[in-house]
Ligand binder design. Structure first.
Ligand SMILES: NC(=O)c1ccc[n+]([C@@H]2O[C@H](COP(=O)([O-])OP(=O)(O)OC[C@H]3O[C@@H](n4cnc5c(N)ncnc54)[C@H](OP(=O)(O)O)[C@@H]3O)[C@@H](O)[C@H]2O)c1
Length: 248
């Protein structure tokens, strides 16, 4: 098994949910883990709440290309070239087609797609030959889920970006893959701007579609991230971790 000891791992959205669990998994495997925070307030909060979850944290709102660029520059200045980039920061907002507007669309696309595409571009000069890029997509990239037109489109976009960039970077032996989680128990459900009752209803409806009958744990996504980091013959693909939701 390829050792991750001493590898430089960058995880966006590494201060919450799937990213945080992945930071823990990579740190346990001996990697140096660097994450971002959206702003100064989140940076301070994160340092207080999780003083040992990662090696370092810098500010980067992934919707701001200048901040993305300076984030990777700071990482490289302090830690050298990057071995693994996990582009995981994302938001999930849901609304029926009649209710969405331009600001709703821009908000989700800016975080979930622009953040990923320019994340790759700005990290590229700092990536080692043979490094690995992982992107968090979602099972909704291949399912018709009501109220998810914008969110699902962003996740299909990053699934497509995975294929294209994998083809572009194969020459440098840089592998690019997606992880597509089904419903995972993380703080994301509390950030949807919905009343608790509405979130409960949505969760119940999602749960009824999961053959294994439960939400997944963030650690189960982190396991997929570790697999992708260690297997040098996987690129351009997607690992689905969804309790069978999209497959059965
Ligand atoms: N949980 C699920 O059921 C599920 C299913 C499929 C796919 N996913 C995907 O998994 C990824 C991680 O989600 P999660 O469930 O772990 O949710 P989460 O706990 O809310 O984590 C999302 C992370 O992204 C960060 N983020 C959001 N907007 C950002 C911005 N503009 N700049 C920088 N960072 C930003 C968040 O920072 P703050 O905490 O400061 O907001 C947080 O660290 C997302 O891409 C999501 O779409 C989740």
């Amino acid at each position: 098994m390829k050792s991750l000891s001493g590898k430089v791992v960058v995880i966006t959205g590494g201060n919450s949910g799937i990213g945080l669990a992945s930071a823990h998994a990579f740190k346990t495997a001996g990697a140096k883990v660097i994450v971002n925070a959206r702003n100064e307030e989140r940076l301070q909060q994160t340092r207080q709440e999780y003083p040992n979850a990662f090696d370092d944290i810098f500010i980067a709102d992934v919707t701001k290309v200048d901040q993305i660029e300076s984030f990777y520059q700071q990482v490289a200045n302090k830690y050298g070239q990057i071995d693994l980039l996990f582009l995981n920061a994302g938001i999930a907002l849901f609304a029926p087609i009649e209710a969405i507007d331009e600001a709703f669309y821009d908000n989700i696309f800016n975080v979930n797609v622009k953040g990923v595409l320019f994340g790759i571009q700005k990290a590229l000069p700092h990536l080692n030959e043979g490094s690995s890029i992982q992107i968090t997509s979602s099972v909704v990239n291949q399912m018709g889920m009501p109220n998810a037109s914008v969110y699902a489109a962003t996740k299909a976009a990053v699934r497509s970006i995975t294929r294209t960039i994998a083809a572009e970077l194969a020459e440098r032996k840089i592998r690019v893959n997606s992880i597509s989680p089904g419903p995972i128990e993380t703080p994301i459900f509390g950030k949807m701007g919905m009343a608790e009752e509405q979130v409960g209803e949505m969760a119940g409806s999602i749960l009824s579609q999961v053959p294994l009958g439960r939400f997944g744990q963030a650690e189960e996504i982190a396991q997929a991230a570790i697999f992708l980091a260690q297997n040098d013959y996987v690129t351009g693909t997607e690992i689905v971790v969804d309790g069978g939701m999209s497959q059965l």
